[in-house]
Design a protein around this ligand. Structure first.
Ligand SMILES: C[S@@+](CC[C@H](N)C(=O)[O-])C[C@H]1O[C@@H](n2cnc3c(N)ncnc32)[C@H](O)[C@@H]1O
Length: 113
């Protein structure tokens, strides 16, 4: 693993906002409007999962989301997010270890590397 985000999970979002302001959030949120309804989505390295709240604001239901995040504490916080009526599968592993059998309409890798 290139960097370990597990220990910083509880303050990661605050730190990110402190360093980058709203820039990283706005860049990601801007793109969410282009997700077609009822898409099959892959999210890699979603961090604390705040993006799930934002996705649900736009698509309260109908999406199939596979959410892959390597840091256990990041994924624990992500599981508390509002996913509405969307179907979300959380996978706590490194992306490179995950055999994916689905076809995805959209792949989101938000500042993952
Ligand atoms: C820079 S953070 C960005 C978090 C979030 N996307 C955001 O914009 O707030 C990168 C995230 O990718 C995760 N990550 C790093 N390598 C990964 C891998 N190989 N597979 C899955 N997740 C990974 C980290 O645990 C971390 O939560």
């Amino acid at each position: 693993m290139a960097a370990n985000y597990n220990n910083s999970a509880w303050f990661y979002d605050r730190l990110s906002h402190l360093v980058y302001g709203r820039a990283l959030v706005e860049a990601q949120v801007y793109l969410l409007q282009f997700i077609p309804p009822n898409s099959n989505l892959l999210i890699v390295g979603g961090g604390t999962g705040w993006i799930l709240d934002e996705i649900t604001r736009i698509h309260p239901s109908g999406l199939q989301v596979t959410y892959v995040e390597v840091a256990p504490k990041m994924i624990a916080i992500s599981k508390t997010r509002d996913t509405g009526g969307n179907k979300v599968i959380f996978i706590n592993d490194a992306m490179e270890n995950v055999p994916l059998i689905d076809d995805f309409d959209i792949v989101v890798t938000p500042f993952f590397v």
